[in-house]
Unconditional design. Sequence first.
Length: 384
Amino acid sequence: MDYLEQSFSVKFEYRVYFTSGLFQDHNTILSQFLCERTVAGTNQKILFVIDKGVSDAHPSLSADIRQYFSKYDTVGLAGDLLIVPGGEAAKNDPALFDNLVAAIDRYGIDRHSYLAAIGGGAVLDLAGYAAAVSHRGIRHIRMPTTVLAQNDSGVGVKNGINHFNKKNFLGTFAPPVAVFNDANWLATLTDRDWRSGIAEAVKVALIRDAAFFYWIEEHTGQLVRRDLPVMNQLIRRCAELHLQHIAGGDPFELGSSRPLDFGHWSAHKLEQLTEFEILHGEAVAMGIALDTVYSVLSGRLAPDKAERILQLLKGLGFALTHPLMQVSAADSPVLKGLQEFREHLGGQLTIMLLADIGKGEEVHEIAVEWLKKAGEQLKTDRIC
Ligand SMILES: NC(=O)c1ccc[n+]([C@@H]2O[C@H](COP(=O)([O-])OP(=O)(O)OC[C@H]3O[C@@H](n4cnc5c(N)ncnc54)[C@H](O)[C@@H]3O)[C@@H](O)[C@H]2O)c1
Ligand SMILES: [Zn+2]
């Protein structure tokens, strides 16, 4: 055997900042961040990509950014602030990706410069992907504006766009250089988008942190009434658990284990089947409900614990199931989701179930009969 061996590791470090009024005159978090990373002898620039839903809801945003960078001018602001449609549309239209990389080229955004994205998870996924593949990776700053993006998708290392009608078919693992969570964005979310992101907090609490689950239970009323300080606490803890998990596990998902995908195998399918009418978090809540009841039926989880989980989801205002989540025949659409998840993992199925509140347990087989029964029980609200 004749070979040369190569081995190296690359360390990634980034901060998730919590603030409010990121572009207000007196707020120096962003300017300090940019200042500390000044590279002598370069002409650093920053190009902004903004979710249209956010700029519509915050009409002074573009002017605020321009004003901010006229005061703090360590990096040069690219002349155009690119406004892109928000939501899944951002990831479905290849022309938006082309426009973005064209702007990166036009403004000379090199490897010392920045692409900053302000928006929901979809716009962040699009911009993160464009940043990751332009010049083999330019610096990317995320400024998430939804609960889901602030506590989950925006603090992680993945990006992507949809292709061949398949979700996230094109994408990379590429950590951002920083994340700025601004609490002020959240005030303009619809009630559905406000609630949707809470499902990810319930998810991570269930597999990782029982105390956090009970905290969410205790604060259900405030969360439903859109209490911003309480929501900020939820976001902070949820983001922290996600960060810990990514660093301590398998950040670039080389293995088959996907603990953070608890409740997601059926959720992804439901989103697609409903053409994204059901939001990601709403689908995840139903996926959690399904896998929770399945965990009881398969003898892992005590029924009273499952009852508590389902009551919390209901208390938060989530529906527990959907006709398309039901397994009525061997070719029920949701079962295709299971098959697709198996394929995505490369053949061996690994699904996270629950052994207790705060304790996940992975399995490699799913019994269709129990899945069917779990769906029926949720439909009739006969929990266990
Ligand atoms: N990369 C990852 O690890 C990861 C993880 C989970 C989900 N995701 C992706 O995230 C996307 C869902 O993201 P999302 O739930 O953040 O929603 P979203 O990006 O789909 O946005 C939802 C809607 O809210 C609007 N919006 C965003 N912020 C607003 C604000 N502050 N005020 C008013 N309107 C606002 C948007 O314009 C859009 O219409 C999906 O595409 C999903 O695949 C990615
Ligand atoms: Zn999710």
